[in-house]
Each structure stands twice: as structure tokens, then as C-alpha cells.
Unconditional design. Structure first.
Length: 163
């Protein structure tokens, strides 16, 4: 790792090759803080037990051996974003719901656009399954990794969703 100021939390980063491209699992000493799409090796990449667990569980997911994740997560965000992300985690493998459904589940039925914005800022995709959230018309909507990745992830979970 490169030298950092004494107040900066050390970051650990480990790549994993998946059917949707290279992902980077990024963590601090205790929890995963982000998963990056289309990742490339960086000279200061160093893994730790947290990134290793993340890589292992992602590999199991992509091999069809895992439908839920059991990883420590650290997701700084607003109280609203945290509420949305916790609700996303509760959406089961192989199930989709709409942004409106999430808004209703958090008792904010008129906050559909805000739910969409929070969904788009999810720093830990796949583990926090924002790919399972689709438009109310049943079509694919935006995804930070690209609609092709979202469609692949849903198909991997046995779902067919129109674009």
C-alpha cells in the first residue's frame, strides 16, 4: 500500500474475475466499503481477510453456490440511503421489485425518485442487490455497471426482464 496520513483508514483491494468482468472488492480493516466494476490491478493492491471473504462469496455466487451474502459491510450515506440499502438487502435471490415497491416498504411511497437515486449510489453492488430493482413497467432501468451486467445478473438468478 502507498503511504497514507495517520487519519486515513487503510484500504485493501482484491480483484476477482467474474462472468460480468473484473470486480474489485475494497475494504478497510473490518468491512467491505465498495465493489468496483471493470476493475484493473493497481500497484498498491493488497488483500486482507475481509477482501478474501468477499472474493470467495462472490465466486460462490457466480458459480451458483450462494444466494445470500454474509459479509461485514460499511456503507456511509444519508439516513435515507441507509434505509434504502437495508431494504435492498432484504430482496431475495431470484426476485425483483420496483423502485415504487422499495419506497412503499420504507413508508415513503412518494419518494420513488429518491429511492432510484439512492439505489444508484449503492457502493456495494451485487452483495447489496440493487440489480434486482426494475422499473414499475417490468423493464430494466439504469445500473451503475451497465444494463448488460444487470440483465446477466438477473438471468443468473433465473429471471428474464425486458429491456
Amino acid at each position: 500500500m502507498t503511504s497514507r496520513s495517520s487519519t486515513e483508514t487503510p484500504r485493501f483491494r482484491q480483484l476477482v474475475d467474474t462472468p460480468i468482468g473484473w470486480l474489485a472488492v475494497v475494504a478497510d480493516a473490518t468491512a467491505i466499503v465498495t465493489i468496483e466494476f471493470d476493475a484493473q490491478t493497481k500497484p498498491d493492491d493488497v488483500s486482507n481477510t475481509v477482501t478474501q471473504a468477499g472474493v470467495q462469496q462472490l465466486q460462490e455466487y457466480f458459480q451458483g453456490l450462494r444466494t445470500t451474502f454474509d459479509l461485514p459491510l460499511k456503507m456511509p450515506g444519508t439516513q435515507f440511503q441507509q434505509q434504502v440499502w437495508r431494504t435492498l438487502i432484504a430482496v431475495p435471490f431470484g426476485v425483483t421489485c420496483s423502485y415504487s415497491d422499495i419506497a412503499t416498504r420504507i413508508d415513503r411511497p412518494k419518494a420513488v425518485r429518491a429511492v432510484g437515486a439512492a439505489n444508484g449510489k449503492n457502493p456495494i453492488p451485487i452483495v447489496v442487490p440493487c440489480h434486482r430493482i426494475i422499473g414499475s413497467s417490468g423493464t430494466l432501468t439504469g445500473y451503475a455497471g451497465g444494463l448488460d451486467k444487470k440483465q446477466w445478473l438477473l438471468a443468473h438468478e433465473g429471471l428474464t426482464v425486458k429491456r
